[in-house]
Design a protein around this ligand. Structure first.
Ligand SMILES: Cc1ncc(COP(=O)(O)O)c(C=O)c1O
Length: 457
C-alpha cells in the first residue's frame, strides 16, 4: 500500500458546474413565506434583497448549474483544495479506519465561505449592484465577502455580532483591510438594533439580530444596496458543492469510497457542500454512504429543535421558512464556534434530515477542542473551532471502528483554519473552557415562540 497523503487535482479540474440537490431530492421543497403577509414570497419581494440570477438559483431544479468563468478564475486562486489522508492521526488512534479530510482552509480568507462569497459578489456585480450588506458571527463569512467585494469593486458593510466584535478583533481588522466597514451588532444604525438596545443596552448580539440589521439596511436603501447571506439559502448550499464534486474525484485517486461523510453545521452550507454530491451517488447509483452533520450541544437545532415554520432572523425581517429551529429569539451561549450559533438550519437540509437521508449528532465544546488539539498535534493544521466539531466526530467514528475491529473509510470537511481563534485555544489550554447544554425549558418553549402559520405544512 502506498503511503500517499495528499490527493491533488489540477487547476483544470476546478469544477465547471455546481450540483443542485433539488434535481434529485426525494423530498418536496417547502414554501418560503413573506414575513409580513405570511403568504408565499414572490420573486419581486426577494428582488429587493437579491439579484435575479441568485433568486432563480434559489428555486431552480436544474441538476447542474454552470459556474461562470470569472468565478472559476477566482476559484483557481485556491481550488482545487487538497484532500489529505490523516495518517498520523490514524496512527495515534491506532485505528483500522482510514481518515480523509478535504481542506477548505487554504482559501484566501481561510474558509469554505469564499466559495459562495465570490459567486454572490459576481452575480451582484453583473446585475449592477453597487453595495452589499451582510452579517457575520466570528468573522469568517464577513472576511470572505469582504475579499470578494473588493475583487468585484462592490462596497460592503458588515454587521458583526458584538461579542465577537469585541473579543475577536483580528477578523474585523482583516475585513477592514479588504476594504469593508464593520459595525458591532446590535448597533444604533438600524431600527432593529435601536429597539434591542433600548430594552437591553448590554445585549451582546446574535446572528439572528445581525441578519435583521443587514436585511433592514438593504431593504430600506431604495434599491441602492442588496443583501448577501453566507449560509442557509439554496443558492449558498449550491455554490458549496464544489467541495463534494472535487472530493468525489479525489477519493477516486485514493481508490477508496467513504462509508461516512462528516461536516459541522451552522446554517448547513459546508456540510451540504461536501455531502450533496455523495447524496446524489446514494440516490442515483445505489451507494450507501452515511451523511453525518455535527452541531454544538449549545445550539442543537437539528438534534433538539422543532421542524416548523420560523423567521430567519430575530427582527422578523427575513422570510419565514420551514426548518429545524430553536426559535428566532434564540440567545446563544458564548461558545467559541461563533459560526455555529444560529437558531435554524437550511430548509433543504432540514427536509432531508426529517426524511432520514441525513443524520445528525451534537457534541460539547470541551471534547471538541480536545479533538482540535489532537488534530493540530498530529496533522499540524490548527482547525477553526467550527470545523473541530467535524474532527471530534471523525475521531469518534475511527475509535468506534477500532472497537468493532472494522475498516471504515471516513471523510470529513475541514471547513477552515483557526488562526484567528487563538484566544479560544488559549482558554482551552488554560482549562477555562466550559461545556454548555441548551436548557430543557428553552426547548419546551419553542412552539409558543414561533409564528402561527395556517398553511398546511
Ligand atoms: C470555518 C467555519 N465552518 C463552518 C461554519 C458554519 O457555517 P455553515 O454551516 O454554513 O457551513 C462557519 C460559519 O461561520 C465557519 O466559519
Amino acid at each position: 500500500m502506498s503511503d500517499q497523503i495528499r490527493y491533488q487535482l489540477h487547476e483544470a479540474d476546478v469544477p465547471r458546474y455546481w450540483y443542485n440537490i433539488n434535481a434529485d431530492s426525494p423530498v418536496a421543497p417547502t414554501p418560503v413565506l413573506n414575513p409580513m403577509t405570511q403568504e408565499p414570497v414572490t420573486p419581486d419581494f426577494l428582488s429587493v434583497l437579491f439579484p435575479m440570477e441568485l433568486i432563480m438559483q434559489e428555486i431552480s431544479t436544474e441538476r447542474y448549474i454552470e459556474i461562470p468563468e470569472p468565478v472559476r478564475e477566482i476559484y483557481k486562486l485556491y481550488r482545487p483544495t487538497p484532500l489529505l489522508r490523516a495518517r498520523r492521526l490514524e496512527k495515534l488512534l491506532d485505528t483500522p479506519a482510514h481518515i480523509y479530510y478535504k481542506y477548505e482552509g487554504v482559501s484566501p480568507s481561510g474558509s469554505h465561505k469564499t466559495n459562495t462569497a465570490v459567486a454572490q459578489a459576481f452575480y451582484n456585480k453583473a446585475a449592477g449592484t453597487k453595495a452589499l450588506t451582510t452579517e457575520t458571527g466570528a468573522g469568517q463569512w464577513g472576511s470572505a465577502l469582504s475579499m470578494a467585494c473588493k475583487i468585484f469593486n462592490l462596497d460592503l458593510e458588515v454587521y458583526m455580532v458584538k461579542v465577537s466584535y469585541e473579543q475577536k478583533p483580528y477578523r474585523r481588522f482583516l475585513m477592514e483591510t479588504y476594504g469593508a466597514r464593520v459595525y458591532a451588532s446590535p448597533s444604533n444604525l438600524t431600527q432593529t438594533g435601536r429597539a434591542i438596545l433600548e430594552k437591553d443596552p448590554t445585549n451582546t448580539g446574535s446572528l439572528g439580530i445581525a441578519i435583521s440589521e443587514a436585511v433592514e439596511v438593504a431593504a430600506t436603501s431604495g434599491g441602492a444596496k442588496k443583501y448577501s447571506l453566507g449560509s442557509v439559502l439554496n443558492h449558498v448550499l449550491l455554490h458549496q458543492t464544489v467541495i463534494g464534486e472535487e472530493a468525489l474525484k479525489q477519493m477516486d485517486l485514493a481508490e477508496e469510497y467513504p462509508d461516512v461523510v462528516i461536516g459541522c453545521v451552522g446554517g448547513g452550507s459546508n456540510f451540504s457542500g461536501i455531502a450533496f454530491p455523495f447524496l446524489r451517488k446514494n440516490l442515483r447509483d445505489g451507494r450507501r454512504t452515511r451523511l453525518l452533520a455535527v452541531e454544538p450541544k449549545a445550539a442543537p437545532s437539528l438534534t433538539r429543535g422543532l421542524y416548523a415554520f420560523d423567521y430567519g432572523d430575530t427582527g422578523k425581517m427575513a422570510p419565514i421558512v420551514k426548518m429545524y429551529t430553536l426559535g428566532h429569539d434564540f440567545i446563544p451561549a458564548s461558545i467559541h464556534a461563533g459560526g455555529l450559533r444560529y437558531h435554524g438550519m437550511a430548509p433543504t437540509l432540514s427536509a432531508l434530515f426529517d426524511a432520514g437521508y441525513i443524520q445528525a449528532v451534537a457534541v460539547p465544546q470541551v471534547p471538541t477542542f480536545e479533538a482540535a488539539v489532537t488534530f493540530a498535534q498530529t496533522e499540524g493544521i490548527l482547525p477553526a473551532p467550527e470545523s473541530a466539531h467535524a474532527i471530534r466526530v471523525a475521531i469518534d467514528e475511527a475509535l468506534d471502528a477500532k472497537a468493532k475491529g472494522e475498516k471504515r473509510v471516513i471523510l470529513f470537511n475541514l471547513s477552515g483554519h483557526g488562526h484567528f481563534d487563538l484566544a479560544a485555544y488559549q482558554a482551552y489550554n488554560a482549562g477555562q473552557l466550559e461545556d454548555y447544554e441548551y436548557p430543557e425549558e428553552a426547548i419546551h418553549s419553542i412552539p409558543e415562540r414561533l409564528p402561527q402559520i395556517s398553511i398546511p405544512a
